[in-house]
Design a protein around this ligand. Structure first.
Ligand code: NI
Length: 258
């Protein structure tokens, strides 16, 4: 069993090749792929893919880099999508200070992050958080506005201490390609120290392919290499890592049926 808990098969980089990409994933043993939207348009596309491919599930939401002043109509449209049982999360939502330096636009990111956390709470959905160079603010917002919510900091790049704070709230960390990179900062050390029960594996494809595929276009099947690296770093059998991370994904994303 293996689940790519964060992918973008909707990306134009897969145009015309999605059937092959899904076949590759199945051949590698994947049971589910969760594609996350970053705009209203891409969220709609991710929902469409759930109808086209049995192993595709979706997360819907507005990514911080795509932030715009959301209205009640947008909330309603997102709520409408979640009536589809294969929509398993609100995401990806969060903060991205790496690309955004303008204080007003950062404020807009915060506003719609909080707005979508509220929406997730009303809809009883877990959330998938994107946090790039915004660890302090992202954690503070989750602590304050994330009550009664569960979720994952995908492509986790925070500290060990931050991971522990998230675990206290029942949250998870997601790891992907960067875990396998030679220049991976503190992540290898963190995944050795934290409970396996709190880790999800993902690709975030089409970007950041894990070693030994680094530099190529990433795809869900490569999530196996992330799990293998995790097993190697922790000194645990790959079977155990596959089984536990799948269990974790099913615990967080309760609508997944695999
Ligand atoms: Ni992503």
């Amino acid at each position: 069993m293996l689940i790519d808990t964060h992918a973008h098969v909707n990306s134009e980089k897969f145009e015309g090749e999605r059937e092959q990409i899904i076949a590759n994933a199945k051949e590698q043993g994947l049971n589910a792929i969760i594609n996350f939207g970053d705009t209203m348009e891409s969220s709609a596309h991710c929902v469409e893919l759930t109808k086209e491919f049995d192993i595709c599930y979706a997360g819907v939401g507005i990514h911080p880099e795509e932030a715009f002043p959301m209205t009640a109509d947008d909330d309603e449209r997102i709520a409408e999508w979640t009536k589809n049982e294969k929509v398993v999360a609100i995401g990806e939502i969060g903060l991205d200070y790496y690309w955004e330096k303008d204080p007003l636009k950062r404020q807009l990111q915060k506003d719609i992050f909080i707005r979508q956390l509220d929406l997730a709470r009303q809809l009883h959905m877990p959330v998938c958080v994107h946090d790039r160079d915004a660890h302090g603010d992202a954690l503070e917002i989750i602590k304050k506005e994330g009550k009664d919510l569960r979720g994952v900091f995908h492509c986790f790049a925070g500290s060990y201490e931050m991971a522990v704070e998230l675990f206290k709230m029942g949250w998870y960390i997601g790891v992907d390609g960067p875990l396998t990179f030679k220049n991976a900062a503190k992540l290898p050390e963190i995944v050795q120290k934290v409970p396996l029960e709190r880790i999800l594996v993902e690709t975030d494809c089409p970007y950041m392919a894990p070693v030994p595929m680094r530099g190529k276009r990433n795809e869900p099947a490569y999530v196996y290499h992330v799990a293998a690296k995790l097993a190697e770093l922790r000194g645990e059998p790959i079977e155990k890592v596959l089984e536990q991370t799948t269990k974790n994904a099913l615990e967080l994303y309760t609508r997944l049926k695999v």
